[in-house]
Structures are given as structure tokens and as C-alpha cells.
Design a protein. Sequence first.
Length: 280
Amino acid sequence: MVSPDEDASATAPSRLSLSSLARLSSSRALAPVLALASLVFFSGQARADEVLRCPGVDGSTPLLAEIDGRRRLAFVREVMEDQGRRARTWSLAWAVTGLGLVAGNVTRAALVDTRDERIDPLVGAGAALTIPASVLVRPLAVMAHQRTLEMELASLPPGAGGPVVCATLARAEHLLARSAADEAFQAGIATQIFVIAGNGAIALFLGLGFDHWRGALLNGGGGLLISELRIYTQPTGAVTELARYRRGDVQTPVASQPVSVRVMPWIAQGVAGLAAFGTF
């Protein structure tokens, strides 16, 4: 016969074992959670310790220099890639538009009977030829700058250290600043004055030289409208994104609007056709 004391002493180790197993089981269940929490804490601490600080740019706030240089470089690259793509689409669209206007005016000149009637469309063809010519002679610089930046990044050695990354960032910032300055110039007051003077000269040439005031209005006024539309649709995102960057705002670049082309029917008095509208 077993006494109550012996029974208690016999069951105590089993209770102790069950308690220990329960604690061990709880510890094992919490182990992944604790490990994950420790990983998050220590990786966050490591990232904070590994922030690559590169000098800011001219006109920037002190906040910019506190942002990791690799993050800044990724932002600049994204802006340049976006603007390079938009500039290429814009350039191609306006080159095709200009060539279409040239072809249309030459066709008009070929269909009329007299030399006097050919003057207006031929002058219009010459004026329209300046559109693709300007795209070739004075292209938006961001296209070449974006290719240069991609070559710089492709030549970076794997695991490049801080000085190399900061030097690459400085060159990328320089390319972005030059691209922004070029976009601002090509859409600025100097370009506006040039297109107004150029189209005004065409109008005066036809009006005073040949007494073709109707042709002067169509070529001069129409040319001015097309030139202003070309300036209005030109990409200028590098200007706005550079201003954001200097303030230390390196979130995802804000695209002004998606690139799109729309074609719709166009009907006027005695004329029908298609009209194309593009945003860049």
C-alpha cells in the first residue's frame, strides 16, 4: 500500500516534467517570432549604421546629404530613364508630324496650275521642314545624358565602395542638372521669341513680298500655333524632379502624365480626315 506522501513524491517529478515540457514547448513556439523580431531589429540597426552619406548638390537642403547615396542614385537614374523615354517619343512624333506637313504642302503645290499659287504651299513646306531639322540639329540633351549615365552605371564594379558610389552619384546629378537646364531653355522665353519672330517673318515675306495675305495668315499664324503646341508638349519633368530632389524628396518620381497618342475623326467645312493628339 502506498502512502499519500509517497504518492505525492512520486507524482511531483511527473508534474515537474510536464511543467518543464510546457515551458519548453512554449519557448519553441515563440522561437520563430523572437528570431524574426531580432532579425528585424538588428537588420534595421545595420541599415542605419550603413547609410552611405554623399555630399549634397548646389542649392540643396541639408536633408539631401542625410539620405543614403544609393537611394539618391536610384532616384536620379529613374528620372533620367523616364525623361529620356519621353524625349525620344516626343522627338519621333514631331519629326513625323513635320515630315507629314512637308509632304502635304508639296502635294498642294504639285496640284495647282500657276506659279503664283505654288508660292504659299512651298513656303509652308520649307517652314515645316524646320520641325524635323530642329529635332536632328538640336535634340533634347536628356536623351544623350541618359545613355551616358547608363554606361557609367554599367561600368561600376560589383560591390563598389562608398567613394565610388558617391563619385558616380555626383556625375549623375551633374547630368540631371544639365538635362533640366536644357529642357527649361528649349521651352523658355528665348525659344518663344524665336518662334514668334520666325513665323512673323514668314507672314511678312508672303504678305509684303507677294501680297498673299491669306497665305501669310495661314502660314504665319498656323506655323506659330504648331510651334507653340510643340513647345507645350515638350517634356520638362527633369526641371520639376530636380527641384524635388534638391529639397530631399527622393520618393518615386512623379510623372506629369503618361505618354499617349489619340487619333479621332476630324470634320470641318468641306474637309474630313483624322486628327492625332499626343501627350508626352
